[in-house]
Design a protein around this ligand. Structure first.
Ligand code: NCD
Length: 314
């Protein structure tokens, strides 16, 4: 059974196929409006979400399927102490595929080991967020034509931001990618990313504090929110929450064709005055998240059906 826990679960060639499918879905949505008739997606969200959960649900509905699920731990049996393993065993008999978000790192992985249906990690603690990365890659490829030869600035909370961790993991496999890691010293990328992913793969990167210094060099600026819910104390959060604010004045320092991405939700790190700048692509990015999730659901279900068929005929 194939699951999606990390963007590394797909090879670069498989990602290419997935993005080609997403692109075809974007152009010809009507051709796909019944491919999941009679199939059900379960969304098990133990942590808040707007875009990820609703884009998964929109994706399944656009494919003709149905959705069920819960949007918070409080409204599920987790509040009574049920384990994710038990929950997924039960959901395996209610749905054909499951997207799970959990505050604990590795919880979707534990669920996948007990599941009879494909499980998609929709964000696990400060660890990974592979479907946001698929969205980011698809947005970059669609808007720039290819994913190579880019200087990418990742800015904000690089310590707790799981979208950043997944994106770095995925991007190091593409040619001539250079990173500028812009953060306060306390919020730098963890060493398991810096040493084990960047240094190990011989990737060019620079860690810096000043967004102004990075601005003129960037092809893509990926802004992130300071992850309040992962801080140990409110004081540190308050000290760091407005460390970076992207505004019109800063945008003047950037290349004319730079692209601003943000996984959203935004708090203060991008001033609303930037929204009208043609380089601000974060709302388009959120829209592209639906197409790539449609492609992902189709792909995982197809593989699950093939495996099941194979097992039945064995
Ligand atoms: C991100 C997440 O949940 O990690 N949101 C999202 O899924 N688009 C980013 C964030 O919460 O800051």
């Amino acid at each position: 059974m194939r699951h999606l826990m990390s963007p590394m679960d797909f090879s670069v060639e498989e990602l290419e196929d997935l993005m080609n499918l997403a692109e075809d879905i974007r152009i010809h949505p009507d051709n796909y409006s019944h491919v999941c008739d009679g199939r059900t997606l379960a969304t098990c969200f133990y942590e808040p979400s707007t875009r990820t959960r609703l884009s998964f649900e929109a994706a399944m509905i656009n494919l003709g399927g149905d959705v069920l699920g819960f949007a918070s731990a409080d409204s599920s049996s987790a509040a009574k102490g049920e384990s994710v393993s038990d929950t997924i065993r039960v959901i395996s008999s209610y749905a054909d595929i499951c997207a799970m978000r959990h505050p604990k790192e590795g919880a979707p992985l534990v669920a996948s080991s007990r599941s009879k249906i494909p499980v998609i990690n929709a964000g696990d603690g400060g660890h990974q967020h592979p479907t946001q990365t698929l969205t980011d890659l698809f947005t970059i490829r669609s808007l720039r034509g290819e994913i190579e030869n880019l200087t990418i600035g990742l800015c904000g909370d690089l310590k707790f931001g799981r979208t950043v961790h997944s994106l770095i993991n995925a991007l190091v496999r593409y040619p001539k990618i250079k990173f500028m890691l812009i953060s306060p010293p306390e919020l730098r990328v963890p060493s398991y990313i810096r040493d084990d992913v960047l240094t190990k793969n011989g990737i060019e990167f620079e860690e810096l504090k000043s967004l102004d210094d990075a601005m003129p060099h960037l092809d893509i600026l990926y802004m992130t929110r300071v992850q309040r819910e992962r801080f140990f104390n409110e004081e540190d959060y308050v000290r760091m929450k407005d460390f970076y604010i992207l505004n019109k004045a800063k945008m003047e320092l950037a290349k004319k064709d730079m692209m601003v991405l943000h996984p959203l939700p935004r708090v203060n790190e991008i001033s609303v005055e930037v929204d009208d700048d043609p380089r601000a692509m974060y709302f388009t990015q959120a829209q592209y998240g639906v197409y790539i999730r449609m492609a992902l659901i189709m792909t995982l279900l197809k593989e699950a059906d093939r495996d099941k068929g194979g097992a039945e005929h064995a």
